[in-house]
Write a protein that binds this ligand. Sequence first.
Ligand code: ACO
Length: 325
Amino acid sequence: MGSRIVATGRALPRTLITNHDLERRMETSDEWIRTRTGIGQRYTLCSGESLVDIAADASRIALERAGLKASDLEAIIVGTVSSDFGFPSFACQLQHRLGISSIPSFDVAAACSGFVYALSVADSTMRAGDWSRVLVVGTDALSTMVDWNDRATAVLFGDGAGAVVMVSEPGARGVLGSILRSSGEYWELLSVRNRGIQNTIDAEVKSSGDDAIKMKGPELFKIAVKSMEEVTRKVAERAGVPLAEIALVVPHQANLRIINAVAQRLGLGEDKVFTNVDRYGNTSAASVPIALDEALETRRIRDNDLVLLNACGGGLTWGANLVRW
Ligand code: ACO
């Protein structure tokens, strides 16, 4: 018995921040941000908004499209590093918001790779026969963790949530395999102290720069390209699938230059790689499921297509999932 993604959904905060808005707040330019990252705008969580509500909206859309009720779920797995609380987990808060109880609900903390990790955990547990209907969510609000005076990080991140409903199913369609990796030795390339969501773009009192995301961008860039190439090749090889047979890669949307460099190394043309980083920025664990939802909406994915998801992020963590749609 395998696991198949039967529906997806996405939801975003209300506030849209363009590069031109950022030009008015810091020493940067639309031109710099676009050429270095490919980002044109992002949605950011503002005071009074709840990321759990946004994740619940994405989940309800996915459930409705799957023709299921929240009470049909047997587990909830959330890839996130953005819970307001050390505990309870984000997943427990989401479960409560969806009005259900008793089922196991837990977080997977792998930063930008959170969704790819969570999908792999869901697939393995479903294959083992533990659960047959699972909600997997990727959600983050890294814009609330940046120092808004640090232009090197403040321009990169947006917030949001993407959700998928997975169902146990026999047959050739579904998750074919996943590869997960991490290297703690590189933890200092991207880190933030654990403090919950505090520093929304509209907050009057900003927390100190010491608490904010610390990033060594150029080093991270190089490792991200190599590592995403490595897991993409590996997951396809393990499944016995030539890269040329992959219909669409849906990568983590951190930076268009990273995405293009990985595609070039893999010999994949632009038509085989989905991008939406221009409209959302880097939404961390939300980026792959938001992109997947848009790829389906715009009919870039058809039944039986081979779809590859990959990501790299703080930890460092990286990974890939191969799915027969
Ligand atoms: N606006 C204008 N100038 C800027 C900005 C900005 N927002 N940010 C930095 N600069 C300046 C720097 O100060 C520097 O100026 P200097 O030459 O006078 O010292 C210059 O631009 C070049 O800075 P670099 O950091 O070398 O620029 P680079 O081309 O490496 O691009 C970037 C920086 C976009 C962060 C890139 O390194 C990157 O994308 N790295 C990956 C980071 C990432 O994606 N992190 C997200 C999480 S990890 C993941 O998801 C894979």
